[in-house]
Ligand binder design. Structure first.
Ligand code: GTP
Ligand code: MN
Ligand code: MN
Length: 601
């Protein structure tokens, strides 16, 4: 090994320890340079792990295919290893830290043999933040290194700011596929056995067996959500699965809106929305993760800790998300599990007419007559956020932006109206705590099953969900005791369906009409009717200028059906019962009040 580019004692000691355990052939310190990117991607092309796209189509961009078994987050294999099982709560898998470490130490023994161990120093959020949040990932996957260079601020600059004593989250990752001498490698090595483990007390991450982004890019879900949510609980802030957007009205009024929707339920699309309403402007700050801290003004200020976009590919095109397409056209991206065109570009379902021939995500020939889809439903683009043409200047500001409204939303065919507004903060927390959505391909498992996904954080809360609800309720104290300074809470559903299975609301750019109503509610202007579940716009209160929508569909999209909501009550009761004593009493009171309102309706 060459001389390490740091003298940080704790970092060096940890690297020595991991190297002794995992026995890589060599150790490479990543500097984050362009030259390093070129070297890595060249190597990956050489081994067949990446295919270079045509420079005229997507400059400096690559196509990757995973092992068909390694395509999504593995929630069943994800563990919160708190010292006390009670701290992990009923929504997480738990194993005692010592037991998990022993088990995984066995797996890690010699697991990097024949491979390179890369040292990836990274920072979540701007490097000039008051307290930069550092992590160091050790990984034997060059695909992970290339992706981390897109998704985080990483490399030599980070090490420099870390100095000799900065705190950091140690994040160990191995694909778990050692190579014996002379053994030929495969394009996507991984291990059938997978563990994604978090040690909240010691703020450590151990990941084994998977190369898929959500399991392997450890700055993202593992650090910025699971570990950060624990830090946030301890320190009085929030680490959330939320987009952050800036909305400017034709009159020039600026509003900052955060939105929590479960995986593959529309955050990236909303964050980059191209408004169909004249004069309205949307700018992107973040599409997946928000860290929200109180400012001295008692308001919640949000930053996006990430540096790239790791977005769902299928469904993305110039009609649905033109700004994502413009971002991708600039290149410098990695596309995973999409289809490859014969002329060296990428294609996926939803991107207009399919070409006559493709190579699908499994490497097979594909034609429009093929039965299977060409791209995995959870195929992803990984691209620098700075390429987004509507990135707000505020993205770079370490103080973030003051949030005016929080949108909770899920994917529900029935019941949940297009938009409603919470009565107050605690009611808003109730809406978040009972948020429900149909499962998607973003996690391994059955798709389309309704489950509760509180604040869209079910797979990401690093501690007991009951304590998490209490923490949300307690935010009212953080706002200098002035709950009026907290964001207003709204609940949206772009996915309600009609009798023929059609979406009742056109969604995408047309969601600007809902955003306008939200902004006008913040100004105290727009009309709403009070319903048992909150304030819902009258059809006239939504600006429908230029929109061709069947009034019956619109009415159905906005409808609050007492019977449908009554049918939710047993499910919510069962959900709340899971938390026992840890369920804040005020949430039971909210449920009782809802029951009473529904009974009167
Ligand atoms: P993660 O990145 O996994 O956290 O998901 P996400 O919340 O960013 O989801 P994304 O924006 O990528 O959307 C996922 C899917 O929902 C895509 O197939 C979109 O086409 C679809 N989608 C997004 N917005 C809308 C909408 O307004 N209406 C409809 N019908 N579909 C939408
Ligand atoms: Mn996500
Ligand atoms: Mn997304």
């Amino acid at each position: 090994m060459t001389q390490p580019p740091t003298s940080h004692p704790r970092l060096l000691a940890w690297i020595d320890e991991v190297a002794a355990l995992t026995t890589p052939d060599r150790i490479v310190w990543c500097d984050g340079s362009e030259a390093e990117w070129t070297r890595l991607t060249d190597e990956l092309v050489e081994t067949g792990a990446l295919v270079r796209l045509d420079d005229r189509k997507k400059p400096n961009s690559f196509w990757a295919r995973t092992d068909p078994s390694d395509v999504a987050r593995v929630e069943e294999r994800t563990f919160i290893c708190s010292a006390d099982e009670a701290d992990a709560g009923p929504t997480n898998n738990w194993m005692a830290p010592a037991e998990m470490k022993q088990l995984m130490t066995g797996l890690y023994k010699g697991c990097m043999t024949g491979r390179t161990m890369y040292v990836v120093p990274f920072c979540m959020g701007p490097l000039d933040a008051a307290e930069p949040m550092f992590g160091v990932e050790l990984t034997d996957s060059p695909y992970v290194v290339a992706s981390m260079r897109i998704m985080t601020r990483m490399g030599a600059e980070v090490l420099k700011v870390m100095g000799d004593d900065a705190d950091f989250v140690p994040a160990l990752h191995s694909i778990g596929a050692p190579l014996s001498p002379g053994e030929e490698d495969v394009a996507w090595p991984c291990n059938e056995t997978k563990y994604i483990s978090h040690f909240p007390e010691t703020r450590e991450i151990w990941s084994f067996g998977s190369g898929y982004g959500g399991n392997s890019l450890l700055g993202k879900k593992c650090f910025a959500l699971r570990i950060a949510s624990v830090a946030a609980r301890d320190e009085g802030w929030l680490a959330e699965h939320m987009l952050i957007m800036k909305v400017t009205s034709p009159e020039g009024v600026v509003r900052y809106i955060a939105g929590a929707f479960p995986s593959a339920c529309g955050k990236t699309n909303l964050a980059m929305l191209d408004p169909t309403l004249d004069g309205w402007k949307v700018e992107t700050i973040g599409d997946d993760i928000a860290w929200m801290r109180f400012g001295s003004d008692g308001r919640l200020w949000a930053t996006n800790p990430e540096f790239g976009l790791f977005g769902v590919a299928p469904g993305t095109d110039f009609h649905t998300n033109p700004n994502a397409m413009r971002t991708l056209a600039k290149g410098n991206s990695v596309f995973t599990n999409v289809a490859l065109t014969d002329d060296g570009d990428i294609w996926w379902e939803g991107m207009g007419e399919p070409p006559a021939h493709l190579t699908d995500w499994k490497g097979q020939d594909w034609t429009p007559d093929s039965d299977a889809v060409s791209s995995h439903p959870n195929s992803r683009f990984c691209t620098p956020i700075e390429q987004c043409p509507i990135l707000a200047d505020e993205y770079h500001d370490p103080r973030g932006v003051p949030i005016d409204a929080i949108l909770f939303g899920g994917r529900r065919k029935t019941t949940v109206p297009l938009v409603s507004e919470a009565r107050d903060w605690v009611h808003g927390v109730y809406l978040g705590a009972t948020l429900s959505s149909e499962t998607t391909a973003a996690a391994v498992g059955q798709v389309g099953v309704v489950r509760r996904d509180p604040m869209a954080m079910l797979p990401f809360i690093g501690y007991h969900a009951g304590d998490y609800f209490q923490h949300w309720i307690d935010m009212a104290k953080g706002a200098s005791g002035d709950a009026a300074k907290l964001p207003k809470v709204f609940y949206v559903n772009w996915f309600r369906r009609g009798d023929q299975g059609q979406f009742l609301w056109p969604g995408f750019g047309e969601n600007s009409r809902v955003l306008k109503w939200v902004c006008e509610r913040l100004d105290g202007k727009a009309d709403a009717v009070e319903t048992p579940i909150g304030h819902v716009p009258t059809p006239e209160a939504l600006d429908l200028t230029g929109l061709d929508i069947d009034p019956a569909d619109l009415a159905a999209a906005l409808r609050v059906d007492t019977e449908e909501w009554q049918a939710e009550i047993p499910q919510v009761t069962e959900w709340f019962n899971r938390f026992g004593d840890k369920l804040p009493a005020v949430l039971w009171a909210e449920l009782d009040a809802l029951k009473a309102r529904l009974a009167d309706a």
